[in-house]
Structures are given as structure tokens and as C-alpha cells.
Ligand binder design. Structure first.
Ligand SMILES: O=C(O)C1=C[C@@H](OP(=O)(O)O)[C@@H](O)[C@H](O)C1
Ligand SMILES: C=C(OP(=O)(O)O)C(=O)O
Length: 427
């Protein structure tokens, strides 16, 4: 891979990890639905989050970007305007599914379109539960393009069928516009940013002690806030792996979000014997810490369904940790990976085999026999247009002497436009 020095002698330095993608999407949405201004620091300027910014601009919301800061001039739930053309969702599943919940309760219709990858991803997981509230989301055989015909919504008491923060959040956004309180029951706890952020904006969302039942009180008057977005642990994950796997490394990852619905990777690394120290922990609002990562010898682990939501986007890079660890690791209950930007189970298996990794594809995950000694079978790697596969392969490149080519490396701009620059600075 042209930008990198082969097999570096160790990675050293600090990375200010870019803003959290999930939180960046939500702060634009909540800011738009609030009264007054929302001022955002450390917003993630990546393609996915810009899809959210552009969609809300198309809905009549003024959003200023001044230097590195974003100011959303909120219009309230009743202030969105009918878009003059289709809303372009780009590659972003989060934008699409959350906005469906918002648009379902408006008094106009909207059409949502997306790129080829997004147009293959399932949308009936959102349109069907929304229909229990009287919403009308008309998909194309369960996919985009979709038309959302805004309706007066009523409350729901809904048991979720998939463990998905996107589906949960769509239902919460719709429930805010309903006439009575709604109850949403999760299968497994998923990231809770919508709930915690809504409460910070003045909403009343109550989560049960086991995190599985969410009660949404409708018709809140939301007020804009000032927010500094924490670093994205899903982006930090690539440097966590690089720091652990490249011998003689020590890296400090600054101001990373450590919300416990997202830190599955930290638990896995600990179980595998990896050395990550948390420093400068700050628990005002979304918790943050610096992560200090030191090269470690890893041992194999098993990851099953109940652990998956807290590390769903980190599974490609966790699979790489397993590929380097001593022993046989299994990842199961991860069938959701098949409906991400690409089929991540198939893509990881195909690309890891090129690297000489002993990996077996399962319907819901992998079995991986780890080794420090891979015999590269093909140097022509492919991101499959998926940012997380691309960054995983870039970390793998640090571990082999063979010159590798990565097709589709530009896909990193979906969540981490400066990824290759930040990596190069550590070498
Ligand atoms: O709500 C969110 O911000 C996200 C939820 C997850 O998707 P699912 O809800 O489909 O699990 C995750 O994979 C995605 O990157 C971001
Ligand atoms: C799955 C992801 O995002 P989204 O669903 O928003 O496209 C991701 O970022 O890995």
C-alpha cells in the first residue's frame, strides 16, 4: 500500500481521534428539531455525517459550518419544510433509518435515495415497526428508494426483532411525535446515544435498569445545546489494533468516547491479554478517556451474540486481532454483519484468505486460527467499497513484508477521511 512504510519498527505518538459518527448524526438531527442554536465542536466531517447535514439543509434547516464548528439553527418539530427534491442519503444507513422516524410524523412527503450499497440494505426493519404507529414508509421491495408519507402518529408498544440502535432510534423519533407515551423493548441493549442526547436536549426518555425497555414521552420542547463530540471508539479501534499488533509500539488515543454500550472491544482486548490503559477519564456527559495502547501478545477468544451490539462495527478489526492471536477464536451471532455497507462476513473471509490467514466463514461469523506467520497468497486487496474493511486491511498491511495494493481505499472518507495521514504520522 503506497502510503505506508513496510513493517514499521514500532508505532509511536498521539492521535486525536475524530468525532463519533453516531453522535455527530444525532446532534444535527436533535439540533434541527430543537428551538434555538446547537453549537457543535469536534463534529465528524465525513461523507456519512455530511449526508445528514445536507438532508437537513434540504428540509429547510440552516446549518453553518464556521472553521471547525457547526451551528444548527433549530426549527422545532413543526418547522421542517417539504424538500424540493429527493433526499440523498449517500452511503449512510444511520441517516436513512433515523430520518425515516423523523419524517414519518411530518405533514409532507419525502423521497429517500442512496448509493448502490445503501440501496441493497434492508429498510423493512424500520418501515414495519413504524407502521405500528400509523406511519407510511413505502420502500422498493424493502429497500431504497423509499417514500415517507408523513402522518399523525399514535403510540406503540413494540418488541424489536433485531438488535439495532438505528431501528430503536427511528422508533424513538417517531414516538416523540405521537399522541401518547410509547414503549420500545430491545432484544439486547444497543448504543444509547439517542436516549441520553434526547434527555440532554430536554426530552423525557426513561430506560429500565436492564437497559431493555425504553419509554418515550411525546411532544417534548427541545432546546438547543452546546456539545463537544467525543472521539469515535469505532475509529480508535484501528489504532488500538495497530498499537497492539505492531511490536515495540505505544500510542495514545486522545478523548475517546467510552460509553459502555460501545466498549465491547476494550473487554475483548483485555480478555485476549492486550495492554490498554484508560487515563484522563471524564464522566461529565458522554464519558471520555485517553487510551494508551502498548504492543501485546494476544491469546484467542470466543465472542457470542450477546456481546455483539457493543462492538458491531469493530468486528472486522477484532477479526484481525484474532488472526494474530495464539489459538482458535470464534465469532458467532454476528449475522448483522451481512447487511452492512458490504457483506462483511464474506468480505473479511475473502480478503483474509489472500493474506494467508486461516479463517472459516460461518453463516453468523467466523472461526479463525491465529498465527504470527501469514503466507500472503495475493497482494491485490479490496475494501469492497467498505470503510471498515479498508481500514482493517491497512492495519494488516503493517504486519507483512509483501507489498500490498488496496483497491477502494477512498472508502475511508465515509467515517475517517484523515485515516491514512493519522496512521502515517505514527510510523
Ligand atoms: O445507530 C447508529 O449510529 C449505528 C448503529 C449500528 O447499526 P445497527 O443499528 O444496524 O446495528 C452501527 O452498525 C452503525 O454504524 C451506527
Ligand atoms: C454500518 C455502518 O454505518 P451505517 O449503518 O450508518 O451505514 C458503519 O459505520 O460501520
Amino acid at each position: 500500500m503506497t502510503t505506508l512504510v513496510k513493517t514499521p519498527k514500532g508505532l509511536h505518538g498521539e492521535v486525536l481521534v475524530p468525532g463519533d459518527k453516531s453522535i455527530s448524526h444525532r446532534v444535527i438531527m436533535l439540533g434541527a428539531l430543537s428551538e434555538g442554536e446547537t453549537k457543535i465542536n469536534h463534529f465528524l466531517f465525513s461523507d456519512d455525517c455530511l449526508s445528514t447535514v445536507n438532508a437537513f439543509r434540504d428540509l429547510g434547516v440552516k446549518i453553518d459550518i464556521i472553521d471547525e464548528h457547526v451551528i444548527v439553527h433549530g426549527v422545532g418539530f413543526n418547522g421542517l419544510e417539504a424538500p424540493k427534491h429527493e433526499l440523498q442519503m449517500g452511503n449512510s444507513g444511520t441517516t436513512t433509518r433515523l430520518i425515516m422516524g423523523i419524517l414519518s410524523g411530518q405533514n409532507f412527503s419525502s423521497e429517500l435515495i442512496g448509493d448502490d450499497s445503501l440501496s441493497k440494505r434492508p429498510m423493512n426493519r424500520v418501515s414495519e415497526p413504524l407502521a405500528t404507529m400509523g406511519a407510511e414508509v413505502i420502500t422498493t421491495d424493502g429497500h431504497l428508494p423509499a417514500i415517507v408519507n408523513g402522518k399523525q402518529l399514535h403510540s406503540t408498544n413494540y418488541q424489536m426483532k433485531v438488535a439495532s440502535a438505528q431501528v430503536k432510534s427511528a422508533l424513538i423519533f417517531a414516538a416523540l411525535q405521537a399522541n401518547e407515551p410509547s414503549i420500545i423493548r430491545e432484544k439486547l441493549p444497543t448504543r444509547n446515544h439517542t436516549e441520553t442526547m434526547l434527555n440532554a436536549f430536554g426530552g423525557k426518555i426513561v430506560t429500565s435498569e436492564d437497559q431493555l425497555t425504553i419509554t418515550v414521552n411525546p411532544q417534548p420542547r427541545l432546546k438547543g445545546i452546546d456539545l463537544t463530540v467525543p472521539g469515535d471508539i469505532s475509529s480508535a479501534a484501528f489504532f488500538i489494533a495497530a498499537g497492539l499488533l505492531v511490536p515495540n509500539s505505544q500510542i495514545r488515543l486522545q478523548r475517546v468516547g467510552i460509553n459502555e454500550t460501545r466498549t465491547g472491544i476494550l473487554d475483548v482486548v483485555k480478555r485476549m491479554g492486550g495492554n490498554i490503559q484508560l487515563e484522563n477519564i471524564n464522566r461529565d456527559g458522554e464519558p471520555l478517556a485517553d487510551l494508551v495502547v502498548t504492543s501485546s501478545q494476544l491469546t484467542a477468544t470466543d465472542i457470542s451474540a450477546e456481546k455483539i451490539p457493543a462492538m458491531i462495527d469493530e468486528l472486522p478489526i477484532i477479526a484481525l486481532l484474532c488472526a494474530r492471536a495464539a489459538g482458535t477464536s470464534t465469532i458467532s451471532g454476528a449475522e448483522e454483519l451481512r447487511v452492512k455497507e458490504t457483506d462483511r462476513i464474506a468480505a473479511i473471509t475473502e480478503e483474509f484468505k489472500k493474506l494467508g490467514i486461516d479463517i472459516t466463514e460461518k453463516s453468523d461469523g467466523f472461526v479463525i486460527n491465529g498465527s504470527q506467520d501469514w503466507h500472503v497468497e495475493s497482494s491485490q486487496l479490496n475494501s469492497h467499497g467498505d470503510h471498515r474493511i479498508g481500514m482493517t486491511l491497512a492495519v494488516a498491511d503493517l504486519l507483512v513484508d509483501t507489498h500490498l495494493e488496496l483497491a477502494g481505499k477512498e472508502s475511508v472518507s465515509i467515517s475517517y477521511p484523515d485515516f491514512f495521514d493519522d496512521l502515517a504520522r505514527l510510523i
